[in-house]
Design a protein around this ligand. Structure first.
Ligand code: 5GP
Length: 196
């Protein structure tokens, strides 16, 4: 255990369907980065092949509200009506105690809150999709949700896109290969691993 280790925090935020999860997974696969995924708590139902304790900690809405009252969250949001999502303080402690850096896949407000709380340690990255039609196409292709739920995600996109300038960096995910390379470069630089 590296008890006193204080690692870095990498926040990836974007409208749903922007490809941020693909980017986060790619970075997690790069061993030199020594990253560990911050598992959020959520009150929404598991989707597809999601696993409790791996993709999310799936908890009831009542449990979630209890944890808010007990001040157990670093940040939390009601991202969609009646669906709560949040980062437990214990997640960052868990990951840092393993001597690793934390990577977050969270909504824009949550991402900015992490940056506010850990300004020096955090690199906050906004992943920008080509346009809203492309978002809609990607969400439909995913085929995991009802039209109504997709519409709720799309409705939020313009507000989320407007927050891009508040992030440290913006990655345009127009071509996935390019976006992956650019993000790797950002992480290399923030960790001081880049050659130049
Ligand atoms: P999904 O339902 O697609 O898994 O996630 C919906 C949105 O909630 C995504 O934008 C996702 O990044 C965000 N989200 C996931 N975990 C957290 C969290 O811990 N805090 C906040 N603020 N947003 C989260």
């Amino acid at each position: 255990m590296t008890k006193d280790f204080k690692g870095k925090l990498f926040v990836f935020s974007a409208p749903s369907g922007s490809g941020k999860t693909t980017i986060v997974r790619h970075l997690l696969a790069q061993e030199r980065f020594n990253l560990e995924f911050s598992i959020s708590a959520t009150s929404r139902e598991p989707r597809g092949k999601e696993i409790d304790g791996k993709d999310y900690y799936f908890i009831s809405k009542d449990d979630f509200i209890q944890k808010i009252k007990k001040d157990e969250f670093l940040e939390w949001e009601e991202v969609y009506m009646n669906n709560f999502y949040g980062t437990l303080k214990t997640e960052v402690e868990r990951i840092w105690s393993q001597g690793k850096h934390v990577i977050f896949d969270i909504d824009v407000r949550g991402g900015l809150r992490i940056k506010e709380k850990f300004p020096e340690e955090t690199l906050a990255v906004f992943v920008k999709p080509p346009d809203i039609n492309e978002l809609l196409r990607r969400l439909k292709n995913r085929g995991e949700e009802s039209e109504e739920k997709i519409a709720a995600r799309i409705a939020k996109a313009p507000i989320e896109l407007a927050t891009a300038p508040m992030f440290d960096k913006v990655i345009k995910n127009y071509d996935l290969e390019v976006a992956l390379q650019e993000t790797e470069d950002l992480v290399d630089e923030f960790l001081g691993l880049s050659k130049n």
